[in-house]
Design a protein around this ligand. Sequence first.
Ligand code: BTN
Length: 317
Amino acid sequence: MTNDGARDLLSVLRRAAAPVSGAALARRFGISRAAVHKRIEKLRVQGHRVTGTQRLGYRLRAGGDRFGPGLDLHGFGGPLLHRRRLGSTQDEAKDRAARGAPEGLIVVADRQVAGRGRRGRVWSSPAGGLWFSILLRPVVPPERAPTLALVAALDWAETLIARGIPAVVKWPNDVWAEGKKIAGILTEMALEPDRVQWMVLGVGVNVNNRPPALPDTAAASVREWVGPVSRSELLSDWLGRFARSYARHARAGFAPFRHAYNARSVLNGRWVTGVGPDGAVRGRAMGVDVEGRLRLAVGRRSVAVMGGDVSLVRPAR
Ligand code: BTN
């Protein structure tokens, strides 16, 4: 961060034993109260938990971002590499995967300048969001590995629900709330005929940032529901869930997750369009099968949507 005043303001709040009023901060820095507010907003985007009331003033709460050695990675061995700015955490993790980095490596960037989404889309990654990639070396048959992305999305929905956000999964691996996309997952793999050499699972969560304008859906940020959140705590919460799921998936594949996934799916019973074995299909979503494929009722047939995205034909509730 360049020192645009937000950092000075942060150190005042750090030292303050009691809330500091906007007027006092404005006087101290010789700026307007609107400028104080702007700096406070900047700190929030950076993940600092600053609360404020008209009457009492601003206060810095514990639990800001700490992507340091103290962060609980829940059995994933790390290392956790935290960078202020990267092209894409995905590319960094893939590079390291190809050079033999261990399972559990996590790359986090405060901002990405070449963030990538699924199907070659650009992923807007300004400061305030949680952008990371984790390197996995799953000991599962290659055809089973892609369902890990669905499991990861389910765990993100559960992580957000635990914080009071009405999150759902949108097949295959998006997380939505109230009709808006909060998070997306991108997986890339190196396969041998009978084993997965590596998988890089990249996650983008709009947390404290302003959500981007997406071409095909509305987007939202975690803070819209619960205010500023520590990105590192959010990551650690998810890792806790995903560590258990990862072990379970290695033992039993997607089957034990299917019910929970379907229970959290925004698509249940909705009309969607997607791509089946014979091309484009339109039908009613009936849930995912044990292989993680979305089943559509098309007339009297049940058609499996293979990959790609599906679009809701009618707007989400
Ligand atoms: C999608 O919904 O299209 C998937 C988005 C995945 C974005 C994440 S952000 C961290 C990682 N690095 C990237 O370049 N992409 C993924």
